[in-house]
Write a new protein. Structure first.
Length: 276
């Protein structure tokens, strides 16, 4: 299976990022012709093909709730045709999701029209803007929006990334919590099926790509993943046959992080670019 056009969006995102980083072609592998096929294959010119599995650490209840509101909500992202920018919106856990769905886009649009691209509920100055903007900001607050940050959109890109506000906690500025989280995730039952699929005869490498979703991972892990200067010092414990892990902060494909983390069993931890 060499046609990549039918790949799920998250697998296509991984394929593009890994191919660019490794400098080799990567193709789809799982064509549904049999069970337990790995997702992608790395086509090296000088060594055996390497399997790639794509998985995620995500709060399934969060995503399930959002998926029930709109068919075009894709694991953290939805299209908002009336907007001109990409928006990362964080809401409180007690937000009324159905009401939020119907009113969020219009109020973000009011900010855009006024040239305002950042909203922070706890620092917003209502008397510094016009009536329309102040009204939109008040409505965002009532919707449970804690913050909204944006950047210029690109053609075809999702316009809103909706996430729940995390429980902020301490962070020592290192990436050691990323290693601890990786060890726990890799040894959990959630990875058992991925590990089995990666056990491919003759392969010298086996790659696992993980989307670490902010709805599920600890704050210190999410924060460390977003900081391009953070590289863990401690090696993770990779279960056989995994030789490489690639960790993406998620919602996948969001423009808020321009790099992600990878671990190579022969080279250690390193950063790789995810932006175009």
């Amino acid at each position: 299976m060499s046609n990549t056009s039918q790949l799920p969006p998250e697998e296509e995102y991984v394929r593009v990022c890994l191919s660019r980083t490794l400098g080799v072609p990567i193709e789809a592998h799982d064509d549904q012709s049999r069970s337990s096929m790995y997702d992608l294959k790395i086509l090296y010119a000088d060594r055996p093909t390497a399997p790639v599995e794509v998985t995620s650490d995500v709060d399934g209840q969060t995503i399930s709730t959002l998926n029930s509101l709109a068919k075009n909500y894709n694991n953290g992202l939805w299209e908002a045709p009336s907007l001109e920018r990409l928006w990362l919106v964080q809401v409180s856990r007690n937000s009324r999701l159905r009401y939020l769905w119907h009113h969020l886009e219009a109020n973000l649009g009011a900010l855009e029209k006024a040239g305002i691209y950042v909203f922070e509920s706890d620092t917003w100055m209502h008397d510094c803007h016009g009536e329309n903007v102040s009204l939109a900001a008040q409505k965002l607050g009532k919707l449970g929006v804690e913050s909204a940050h944006s950047r210029p959109a690109v053609d075809g890109a999702p316009k809103i990334s909706l996430t729940w506000i995390q429980h902020w906690g301490p962070w020592d500025g290192s990436g050691e919590d990323i290693t601890r989280w990786a060890n726990e995730f890799l040894s959990s039952p959630r990875c058992e099926d991925n590990i089995k699929k990666l056990a491919t005869p003759g392969a010298a490498e086996a790659h696992l790509a993980v989307f670490a979703h902010m709805s599920a991972v600890p704050w210190s892990v999410w924060r460390g993943l977003l900081d391009s200067s953070v590289v863990p010092l401690t090696r993770p414990t990779l279960p056989t046959p995994i030789t490489n892990i690639w960790i993406f902060p998620a919602p996948w494909g969001s423009p808020w992080g321009e790099s992600a983390l990878a671990f190579d069993s022969s080279k250690g931890w390193h950063r790789f670019e995810t932006s175009e």
